[in-house]
Write a protein that binds this ligand. Structure first.
Ligand SMILES: Cc1cc2nc3c(=O)[nH]c(=O)nc-3n(C[C@H](O)[C@H](O)[C@H](O)COP(=O)(O)O)c2cc1C
Length: 192
């Protein structure tokens, strides 16, 4: 069975992004997969400082904070979900730091994310989520990952925490995303 890791880039632990990720994880868990959600939104966060330390010590970021533990979880996962609310038509800075730092480490660590499944989800009040999703998908694609579809772009129109639950189309999109992740994991396990 596969391991599915969700990273919540919203500072709201019980906000829309967390619940969107939760829908996907619940589906994966119901299909027998191991799931985990890691809260990173709101954590004190350091950006990539382009020191090159990850090239000298493969598998580790030279900045010794929570990012290395997260990288180890990402490296061990079969599927990585990255979730963010839309902030000024982009990601939260915490999630952008995850992308820059773990992406740099992975690429100098034998492309550790290669052929893992990668899916992004974004909560949005009204506009800008496509750009935020694009930022996440650029990360997956340069890392040689497999990006599943979801019937609609993986977003929910929601502002206050709890509004995702009123967005039937958003919930259906998250359900389809979960189903597709389960489908891919089952196909891959049947041929390996
Ligand atoms: C700093 C900030 C910037 C935001 N920028 C946008 C935006 O560009 N477009 C938009 O539609 N909503 C914007 N929002 C609204 C959030 O995307 C929306 O409330 C979302 O549901 C929050 O997700 P969460 O509950 O997971 O934190 C912004 C909210 C904040 C706090």
């Amino acid at each position: 069975m596969g391991k599915i890791l969700a990273v919540n880039g919203s500072p709201r632990r019980e906000g829309n992004t967390a619940h969107m990720l939760g829908t996907v994880l619940n589906l994966c868990a119901a299909a027998g997969h191991e799931t985990e959600m890691v809260q990173i939104g709101g954590l004190p966060t350091r950006d990539c400082v382009a020191c090159g330390g990850c090239g000298q010590h493969p598998g580790r970021c030279a900045i010794d904070d929570w990012m290395n533990a997260l990288y180890a979880k990402m490296a061990a996962a079969d599927a990585i979900l990255l979730g963010s609310p839309t902030y000024f038509a982009d990601l939260t800075p915490e999630l952008k730091a995850v992308i820059d730092r773990t992406g740099s480490v992975s690429r100098r660590d034998g492309n550790r994310f290669s052929r893992k499944i990668g899916a992004g989800v974004c909560a949005v009040r009204r506009a800008g989520s496509i750009h935020a999703l694009d930022s996440i998908n650029h990360f997956f694609l340069i890392n040689d990952m497999i990006v599943p579809g979801s019937g609609y772009w993986a977003m929910s129109l929601a502002r206050e925490a709890g509004e995702y639950e009123k967005d039937a189309e958003g919930a259906a999109t998250m359900t389809r995303l979960g189903e597709n992740i389960v489908w891919i994991l089952e196909k891959l396990s049947s041929i390996s």
